[in-house]
Write a protein that binds this ligand. Structure first.
Ligand code: GLA
Length: 384
């Protein structure tokens, strides 16, 4: 068994070559792997206005995550398979240029409001607010220049849990139409037990809707392997929010049992997909989770048979948007020159329900001054 309280020594090396700015590492006496935990900061190019973008490489010796300060994007996530061979299991690009040229939120932090707000407007405490309409008649994922498109501040936040980077951002009053100066932090940790843990925190000086998530597209056999239709998914729920044609919830919460939306037992993602009424075909549904906002609870387990990789998702959130990359169409070329086609990645975006601002019966998404928003989601890897 791994000794969690193992004596640790902290090393900091300064390197000036190859764009490496600093390395902070935690070396642990680990009876299983003798792993070396490290947090390495590197350059990842510049924004068109000259703002530098940094890349943080977080590794526990088995799992390695790469995170950039632009959009807080997880650009790479290297995870061992059942034979110990490590592969990058998320979609993304090799360079900043790829991310700046437009993409469907690969790996990004989404906010202020993940998912859709009907009509791009809401009323809060008697005041009307207008948002950008950027998805049919609705506002999607926080607007035009939302959290996925800003450069976050970053600092090494490595600790006993493992190597970590803490990203912070101040979203000013009126940003993308939302009220209040909102101070947000997102900490990514590669934990000692092979998970990518994401801790979100936020405070505001005026009441505002808030719904944060991470939009990583996973392919547990590696994005070059083709679609994710053979991945087997089990969700810790049979319930989902019924939505209209523009993916806005009607308010009804229904059981998925016996329908193509039923993942109460481990089922290949592609098995019942053609029974969906969706164009383009695929899943893009919000499931209702047991999350109570306190401790993270199991939401989903995904198993990829050829590699044996297993990903368990735990979250404090009451919902998860299961999306199967239905809008990928081969026009984006990702890491290593691989074109991303329909269903080549899946997302499990842990969040509050879409359009909660118009549904008082849904768990509230309103953050008020004096309260702190928190959210924790854990993507934990193992093999079978
Ligand atoms: C979310 C939405 C999808 C799609 C993607 C981005 O997952 O639910 O409909 O907009 O983001 O392409």
């Amino acid at each position: 068994m791994r000794k969690r309280n193992a004596a640790m020594s902290f090393i900091v090396l300064l390197l000036s070559s190859a764009g490496v700015i600093s390395i902070g590492g935690v070396e642990a006496a680990d009876s299983v792997s003798k792993s070396t935990r490290s947090c390495t900061k590197m350059d990842f190019g510049k924004m068109p206005d000259g703002t530098p973008v940094e890349l943080y490489v977080l590794s526990n010796g088995r799992v390695t995550a790469k995170v950039i300060t632009y959009g807080g994007i997880v650009t790479e996530l290297h995870v061992p398979d059942k034979k110990g061979k490590t592969e990058d299991v998320v979609l993304g690009f090799d360079s900043l240029k790829g991310y700046l040229s437009g993409n469907p939120y690969f790996g990004a932090i989404v906010g202020r409001f993940a998912n859709r707000i009907a009509g791009g407007k809401f009323t809060l405490d008697g005041k009307d607010y207008k948002l950008a309409v950027n998805n049919g008649p609705n506002s999607l994922h926080g607007g035009i220049k939302a959290f996925d498109k800003v450069v976050w501040k970053a600092e090494d936040a490595s600790g006993a849990d493992g190597p970590a980077v803490k990203l912070t951002h101040l979203s000013p009053d009126g940003d993308e139409g939302y009220p209040g100066n909102l101070s947000v932090s997102v900490t990514y940790t590669v934990t000692n037990d092979d998970a990518l843990k994401i801790d979100y925190k936020a405070t505001t000086d005026k009441a505002t809707p808030l719904n944060l998530t991470n939009h990583s597209y996973f392919n547990l056999a590696g994005p070059a392997s083709g679609t994710v239709l053979d991945h087997e998914l089990k969700l810790a729920t049979d319930k989902y929010t019924v939505a209209d044609d523009t993916l806005i919830p009607t308010g009804e919460i229904k059981s998925a049992r016996g329908t193509p939306l039923d993942f109460t037992t481990s089922t290949p993602i592609g098995k019942h997909m053609n029974g969906l009424k969706a164009d383009p075909i695929g899943y893009d549904h919000n499931y209702v989770l047991p999350g109570d906002g306190k401790s993270p609870k199991l939401a989903a387990t995904v198993y990829e048979p050829s590699s044996g990789r297993v990903m368990e998702v735990f979250t404090t959130e009451p919902g998860v948007q299961f999306y199967t990359g239905n809008f990928l169409d081969g026009t984006l070329t990702g890491k290593g020159g691989v074109p991303y086609r329909k269903h080549q990645g899946f997302c499990l975006e842990t969040q509050h329900y879409p359009d909660s601002v118009h549904h008082p019966e849904f768990p509230s998404t309103i953050l008020r001054p004096g309260s702190t928003y928190t959210q924790t989601t854990i993507y934990k890897f193992s093999t079978r």
